[in-house]
Write a protein that binds this ligand. Structure first.
Ligand SMILES: O=c1ccn([C@@H]2O[C@@H]3COP(=O)(O)O[C@H]3[C@H]2O)c(=O)[nH]1
Ligand SMILES: [Zn+2]
Ligand SMILES: [Zn+2]
Length: 244
């Protein structure tokens, strides 16, 4: 995990991940702190093969300008950008164009190999790694896509509490692990709050790991029921069924 912090956290980096599969590196979101977070772990953007974005908030896309410029002008390569088809126009027109547009680079495709993803369909991202984008509620009229990797690992985008979805993932679809954003202090409003997540039944809590938390997270250790915290800079080994 490059970072496990909320949008306003200062003790933690933005909630972004580096997912490795068969020697390839996929960034899961690329927020404001991602360039420095990668550096802290000994990586540079030249080693990132692809990025997958969940939604258009700066803690998830704020590092994309540097990623684009470094890829084009430092490393001379065009990484893959996996993104929901509904988010492409907003990402370019309303977030990145002001910085990246320069003659002759006038489109997102001048910087990235853009691969639009449709929701509710399984897509192969890297050898051995597939994803299904699930539109999950975050802010009205603002699409945000949670991620289901290899049918077994759910990684929430920012989303409000949706216990029916979590129940269905575990009991209908056999999901083994859920990384979920968590606002420690209620009300959640645009995220699931810890008190809400604590109402989940034990079999779901046991599979749930909390991320996207605020700076006072250490005060909540031991107060999360059967749920555990995702830890920044920790490497989670995942064999498709379990984490270690
Ligand atoms: O209607 C809104 C919109 C935004 N916000 C805050 O801004 C943050 C943006 O990033 P985030 O989605 O990780 O978290 C969001 C919240 O902390 C809010 O409280 N209410
Ligand atoms: Zn966020
Ligand atoms: Zn958000």
């Amino acid at each position: 995990m490059l970072g496990t912090g909320s949008a306003f956290a200062k003790a933690f980096n933005n909630n972004n991940a580096l997912l490795k599969a068969n020697g390839r590196n996929l960034l899961v979101d690329c927020g404001i702190t991602a360039p420095k977070a990668l550096h802290e772990l000994g990586y540079n953007f030249g080693e990132i093969d692809a990025v997958l974005l969940t939604h258009i908030h700066a803690d998830h896309i704020g590092g994309m300008e540097e990623f684009a410029f470094q890829s084009k002008f430092v490393f001379g390569r065009k990484p893959i950008l996996y993104i929901a088809d509904t988010l492409i126009d907003t990402l370019w027109e309303h977030s990145l164009r002001g910085g990246l547009q320069q003659d002759p680079a006038d489109t997102l495709s001048d910087y990235f190999d853009v691969r639009p993803l449709a929701a509710d369909t399984t897509h192969e991202l890297l050898p051995g790694l597939s994803v299904e984008l699930m539109l999950t509620p975050h802010i009205p009229n603002k699409p945000s896509y949670s991620l289901l990797f290899n049918d077994t690992f759910f990684y929430s985008a920012d989303m409000v509490f949706d216990p029916d979805l979590l129940h269905s993932l575990v009991h209908d679809r056999g999901v083994q692990a859920l990384f979920h954003d968590c606002q420690l202090h209620p009300p959640g409003v645009v995220h699931a709050s810890l008190p809400q997540l604590l109402t989940l039944p034990l079999p779901i809590q046991e599979r749930t790991f909390l991320m996207h938390y605020g700076d006072d997270q250490p005060e909540f250790v031991g107060r999360t029921g059967a749920m555990r915290f995702v830890e920044q800079h920790r490497v989670y080994e995942w064999d498709g069924l379990t984490f270690a």
